[in-house]
Write a protein of this length. Structure first.
Length: 153
């Protein structure tokens, strides 16, 4: 199940990761939870799951995903995704003729006011600066945890 959580259900993606595992896993060893956590890179599937949980304001699942993030995982793609998402929500709030057919997007528009979105974008910018090592020596995962806290509260 953890492999599916990390990679999604794309069979070719899973097959590629299993090939990589077969190369680095010592003969006769078992694939363990810690081995998967250490050696499998989270896919875009993970990022979009986080996006969905934030959109529908599902704190529990959003935090679960963040706590599974590896220390060396780049948070830049996540920050970019969140920035684009919240700027689209601003467009939605300012343009009453704006139509987005995404069910998740429409729920998010109800969950986040324009005032809250503007605060969130400032938190995303701060997290971006910190993730690049400016004014911060905090681990990237901690930066992301703090950002998610500010978004969901």
């Amino acid at each position: 199940m953890l492999i599916i959580e990390y990679l999604g259900t794309d069979i070719s993606n899973i097959a590629n990761e299993l090939k990589k595992i077969s190369i680095i896993l010592p003969v006769g060893s078992n694939i363990t939870y810690n081995f998967i956590k250490k050696n499998i890179t989270l896919s875009n599937y993970y990022h979009f799951k986080l996006y969905k949980y934030i959109a529908i304001h599902d704190s529990l699942n959003a935090y679960k995903l963040i706590f599974n993030l590896k220390e060396n995982e780049s948070i830049i793609p996540i920050l970019n995704l969140l920035f684009k998402f919240f700027t689209k929500l601003i467009d939605y709030h300012l343009d009453k003729n704006y139509h987005n057919t995404s069910y998740i997007f429409n729920i998010a528009a109800k969950n986040y006011s324009l005032k809250k979105i503007i605060k969130i974008i400032s938190f995303i910018r701060k997290a971006d600066i910190q993730s690049k090592g400016i004014d911060s020596c905090v681990k990237k995962t901690e930066i992301l945890k703090e950002l998610i806290y500010h978004i969901l509260n």
